[in-house]
Design a protein around this ligand. Structure first.
Ligand SMILES: [Zn+2]
Length: 203
């Protein structure tokens, strides 16, 4: 069965993935965006050419991080500019969010394309997020968090993606860990994640 990786900083080899790039990348699908940590030192013009490339399937990772990076005002301004671009170019958005949930919920009214919360690991937000249309991208840390495990099964499988982010983990292991944690047959997990990935990012 083929694995689909929604967010990786490592070039996908034996699976299909969205490689997190800084520029045009031709060997696989990729995402490009200005990370909130870089909101003060990078400018939008650096990513515009890559955003228009056919392999660019998402803008990201973008977002808000209250623990690291420039002021929330600077991060917020950069995020708004990138969300406008996402709407203009009709690109999905991959979010990096750390302790900025109120700001995130306030932005949801501008959502026009799929929004993916990468490395989702905030069990207390699940019930509220389930009332929105956001997609949960789960990685190794999400599946190893003992507070996440009991509520994983509350998230419908058609709203889930898998990722390895910047870890050396095998994407196959994420499938296995999810299947085990939720008692979902592995074949069903593979089939639905493929469908989700293709619906959001295209073939
Ligand atoms: Zn990442």
């Amino acid at each position: 069965m083929k694995c689909f990786n929604a967010h990786t900083h490592t070039i996908p080899d034996n699976h299909k993935g969205i490689y997190q790039s800084d520029a045009v990348y031709t060997a696989s699908l990729f995402s490009v965006g200005i990370h909130p940590w870089d909101a003060e030192v990078k400018s939008l013009s650096e990513i515009i050419p890559a955003l228009h490339h056919e392999n660019c399937r998402a803008i990201g990772e973008v977002g808000l991080d209250r623990l690291k990076g420039p002021s929330m005002e600077i991060q917020h301004a950069m995020l708004l500019a990138q969300l406008a671009l996402a709407n203009e170019l009709q690109k999905p958005v991959i979010f990096h969010l750390v302790r900025a949930w109120d700001e995130f919920y306030a932005l949801l009214k501008s959502k026009q394309t799929p929004w993916i919360i990468h490395g989702f690991n905030s069990p207390k937000q699940v019930s509220r997020l389930l009332q929105t249309k956001v997609v949960f991208s789960l990685g190794p840390a999400s599946l190893q968090n003992p507070h996440m495990q009991p509520i994983l099964a509350q998230i419908p499988l058609n709203r889930i993606l898998f990722e390895t982010d910047d870890t050396a983990s095998d994407i196959n292991q994420v499938y296995l860990d999810y299947s085990r944690a939720t008692s979902t047959p592995l074949e069903e997990v593979y089939a639905q994640i493929e469908q989700n990935f293709l619906a959001i990012f295209g073939a």
